[in-house]
Ligand binder design. Structure first.
Ligand code: NAD
Ligand code: TYD
Length: 350
């Protein structure tokens, strides 16, 4: 099978390729990635010389380039990760989110429509987020039939892309599947997101910026559990269907940060109170969703998928990964990264 993986140099895409390229030597994996600030080729060192892996530096907003790669590779499967993925960046500059997440997805769908006239045996797997459903109150969970109600330019752009993907199935019969997953964490996540940002700041004894009062709740899923879930849906899920993926692991942000301080102190032999003292409550994110939670009954019953990691095992693995991969960290912390930290946190005085 020939598999195009878009965004394979980003956090989840790289974890996906690191798992499945060695596991399936009979499949050919082609990574289509523009290599934005969020990409890191260090994440692919372990597989880059394998014969069933290739990287093509392509912007999915370039319809002609996307079409050419379909012409050249004739893929059987597209796993679509490529996106602008960070909510705070979407608040500061939504344009790239609209372009890549909506138009980029549209370009891929158009290439599928043209090159897969019958669709038989092909699949476009769209990787999406639970943020399309908006915010929950204190109770309840998102199911696949929850109405879309996105709050940020990021989640609105992902919501739009989900609708277009499903429209291509209904209108043109394109074989698609969609997965909507909760917050991922694990190795190789860009340190703009909560968990890696807190880990790296704590290690450098920098402030730990907590938006609002830290009472927002996220459901955390270890990244390889997400990747396995996607593969399971590709193999066992029904065409045209949506599957929610969650970790059954709801945590308040403040509790995540406290736990991280304790684990980092333990792992580095330092005093937890020194790290806990770095916490700083800063201005809240506009439109900040209060709570996300996932009802994962469908994927559990139809595909027999369950997460393997608990938050306690996954978070420890994650901290250890950042502790032992300093060169990866140095690589992502370019001038662009420092500029972002200044822009985002400069406006959020403690
Ligand atoms: P990421 O930001 O770490 O990586 C995104 C990747 O896409 C990067 O390698 C980047 O270079 C590439 N990319 C961006 N614009 C591109 C373009 N125009 N053309 C080609 N490549 C481009 O993102 P991630 O956290 O790995 O998320 C991957 C996907 O999973 C996204 O679609 C995201 O919406 C979805 N998702 C993420 C989470 C999460 O917690 N991170 C949860 C659920 C769903
Ligand atoms: P984030 O990792 O950006 O993921 P998302 O917004 O997609 O859920 O943020 C996770 C939670 O952590 C969210 O409620 C916002 C909060 N947060 C902070 O409190 N401080 C920070 O510095 C960041 C980046 C996020």
């Amino acid at each position: 099978m020939k598999i195009i993986v878009t965004g394979g140099a980003g956090f989840i895409g790289a974890n996906f390729l690191n798992l499945f390229v060695p596991r399936f030597p009979e499949h050919q994996f082609i990574n289509l990635d523009k290599l934005t600030y969020a990409a890191n080729l260090e994440s692919l060192r372990g597989i880059e010389s394998l014969p069933n892996y290739a990287l093509q530096r392509i912007d999915i907003n370039d319809a002609a380039a996307v079409d050419e790669i379909f012409e050249a590779t004739d893929p059987d499967l597209v796993v679509h990760f490529a996106a602008e993925s960070h909510v705070d960046r979407s608040i500061h500059g939504p344009r790239e989110f609209i372009r890549t997440n909506i138009e980029g997805t549209f370009n891929l769908l158009e290439a599928c429509r043209k090159h897969w006239p019958s669709g038989d045996g092909r699949l476009f797997h769209h990787v999406s987020t639970d943020e399309v459903y908006g915010s929950l109150g204190e109770t309840g969970a998102f199911s696949e039939t929850t109405a879309y109600d996105p709050s940020s330019p990021y989640s609105a752009s992902k919501a739009a892309s989900d609708h277009i993907v499903r429209a291509y199935h209904r209108t043109y019969g394109l074989p698609i599947k969609v997965t909507n997953c909760s917050n991922n964490y694990g190795p190789m996540q860009f340190p703009e997101k909560l968990i890696p940002l807190m880990v790296l700041n704590a290690l450098e004894r920098k402030p730990l910026p907590i938006y609002g009062r830290g009472l927002n709740v996220r459901d955390w899923l270890y990244v390889t559990d997400h990747c396995e879930a996607i593969w399971t849906v590709i193999e066992r899920g029904r065409i045209g269907r949506t599957y929610n993926i969650g970790g059954n692991s709801e945590k308040r942000n403040i509790d995540v940060v406290d736990l991280l301080c304790h684990i980092i102190a333990e792992e580095t032999g330092s005093d937890p109170s020194e790290l806990l003292a770095l916490k700083e409550f800063v201005a809240d994110r506009p439109g900040h969703d209060l709570r996300y939670a996932i009802d994962a009954t469908r994927i559990r019953e139809e595909c027999e998928w369950e997460p393997k990691e608990t938050f306690d095992t996954g978070i420890r693995k994650t901290v250890r990964w950042y502790l032992s991969n300093q060169s990866w960290v140095d690589d992502v912390r370019s001038g662009e990264y420092r500029k972002w930290i200044d822009t985002n946190y400069g406006e959020r005085a403690g």
